[in-house]
Design a protein around this ligand. Sequence first.
Ligand code: BMA
Length: 339
Amino acid sequence: MATIIKAANSCKNIPWQNQPEGNHDPMWRYSENPIINRNPLKGVARIFNSAVVPYEGEFIGVFRVESNSTIPHLRVGRSKNGIDWTIEEKPIDFWSEDKVLWNPNYAYDPRVIPIEDFYYVVWCTDFYGPTVGVARTKDFKHFERIENAFLPFNRNGVLFPRRIDGKYKLLSRPSDSGHTPFGDIFISESMDMIYWGKHRHVMEKGGSGWWQNLKIGSGPSPIETNEGWLLFYHGVTNTCNGFVYSIGCAILDIDEPSIVKYRSKDFCLTPERTYEEVGFVPNVVFPCAAITDADSGKIAIYYGAADSYVALAFTTIDIIIAYLKENHEIVGKDQKIGK
Ligand code: BMA
């Protein structure tokens, strides 16, 4: 049975390059990477780990920006083709429900997820240490911040693009307050995006390979397919030279996503290009967004490279699912509802 991406996720003008001749990798890079270079704006040192969605026939995104202070904040960016970006001059202002400015002290690793009438932004925010911040917008001009999803410390909050059994679902990776040397992916649910509970374990670090033996964290919002939810995630290993971040993928059960159906034994993409291996933090590929075209099965993945650049990689639903099934392994209790 061919794998089908659900039709809701159709972007006809998805940024795209065919798989290069002779390339048999599960993902291939855009030949003109990185798409956002260093010092892209006055006073901005780096933009990376950013989230992009199709919007009104073009593209819009929330970008992780580090100005010369090196404190990360979020800005809106716009693009006609998903490749050439204009980033706003100012950080996003977040407003509370009662219209008071409620800006985070720092903000990083955003994901943007359209659900029903809103685009939700989830990011790592400061709340006496890192946790998952949540806001929503309709027009990318006014952002209403709602309650933080969790107590500290937590990161890599990623919403599913629709309710499951009537509930919003949020993946996260409980952590410590620093450069966490551990971490599994968990899932929580909510009726209202405010109160989160019924927490379950989804996936643990580890496996037979080393690339994901230290910690793992969700990447883009899961993609709905007839096989289940396709989740791209980052897997981290520790080396003499520090952490190395690679990209892996998994399929989660469509109705009970705490159950992992398939999980890649080997990475899909690992730092190999200079812009991934050399930068503010070397050896990092960190996916935050995926755009899909249901008709053609094309998938474009936006990832941060070396905490310095935004880069783009491609795959198709057939190629990634074939890779996943050939390279599948069960780790620990991944196939159980993680109670
Ligand atoms: C993680 C996050 C990411 C970053 C990665 C590598 O803890 O902070 O934003 O890309 O470390 O530095």
